[in-house]
Design a protein around this ligand. Structure first.
Ligand code: CP
Length: 311
């Protein structure tokens, strides 16, 4: 299956296209730097971020630099015509930057912003770097590859997902997981129950799953735990949300060294970042804590994706 022109949803992938991307990412890991620099040396990446980011933007820019290409764009829309007097529309910005760049990486607060643009001629391929609370497909691809690299595959694993299932990372991750055959999906939703849309997706698959109420149960039963903060900002809002005071993660959700020792868990722990206090820092040096390595793996997945799209 060739890649869709715009990488806006995990729905545009199947198992073969993800496994093909894993192979390309593996090659990017070992390619000589001078060879990598030739791959996109005449190409330009447009990076348009309407919401804040540390990992996604910097890893796309790192990926493009390793491939020898140029990067243009903005991390702060208040310094563009999108705000202030003109309030230039996203649609117009995309049409302008499509004249300058070969591929666009966009993070925006409007879910499914791409839908209104599909009929526009001449727009460059777009990679969704987070559209409101809807999806974050390259985060899911990176996280699936991190699991694949650690265990040599995804099939047969017991994979825990902790957090709000209506957020973009977990929605994309679940869509990705349904393309494989994990032994069981273990859910620890922050609300204590699964939303209708998750239940309806699970109903369409034959994947076994179970609802849990406590991080200890995931530590005891899972091979992989992907954790998100217990509290999240409203991702469908422009600008930075400030956090209320005293936002302490409840104990039943919080991962600590004491709980890992008590359960003797060897589950690998993923977290897309940024972390609040749901993972205590006293576990950071344990070998199964992969959340920083995960950020590095994302560079190679993004190199593979950029190379496929622009070559
Ligand atoms: N994982 C993720 O999207 O992180 P950033 O918000 O820092 O890009």
């Amino acid at each position: 299956m060739p890649l869709h022109k715009h990488i806006t949803s995990m729905q545009f992938f199947n198992r073969a296209s993800i496994e093909n991307l894993f192979l390309s990412a593996e090659k990017m890991l070992f390619i000589k730097p001078e060879e990598a620099k030739q791959l996109l040396k005449n190409k330009t990446l447009g990076v348009l971020f309407y919401q804040s980011s540390t990992r996604t933007r910097l890893s796309f820019e790192t990926a493009m630099q390793k491939l020898g290409g140029a990067v243009i764009g903005f991390a702060d829309p208040t310094m563009t015509r999108s705000e202030g007097f003109f309030h230039e529309t996203l649609e117009d910005v995309i049409q302008v930057v499509s004249q300058l760049a070969d591929c666009l990486i966009i993070r925006h607060f409007q879910p499914e912003f791409i839908k209104t643009l599909l009929t526009k001629p001449g727009i460059a391929p777009i990679i969704n770097a987070g559209d409101g609370s809807n999806e974050h497909p390259t985060q899911a691809l990176s996280d699936l590859w991190t699991i694949h690299r650690y265990y040599g595959g995804i099939d047969g694993l017991r994979i825990g997902l902790a957090g709000d299932m209506t957020t973009r990372v977990l929605r994309s991750m679940l869509l990705g997981l349904t393309l494989f055959q994990p032994k069981e999906l273990l859910f620890l939703p922050s609300s204590g129950r699964l939303p209708k849309e998750t239940l309806s997706l699970l109903e369409k698959t034959s994947l076994p799953w179970k609802l849990y109420q406590n991080i200890n149960e995931l530590l005891t039963n899972a091979d992989v735990i992907e954790m998100l903060p217990f509290y999240l900002p409203n991702l469908n809002k422009a600008g930075n949300n400030s956090a209320p005071n005293n936002l302490a993660t409840p104990d039943h959700y919080r991962l600590t060294k004491e709980k890992i020792e008590k359960t003797q868990s060897s589950a690998i722990i993923l977290h897309p970042g940024p972390r609040l206090d749901e993972i205590a820092t006293d576990v950071d040096l344990l070998p199964q804590m992969l959340y920083f390595k995960q950020a590095k793996n994302a560079v190679y997945i993004r190199m593979a994706l950029l190379n496929k799209i622009m070559n």
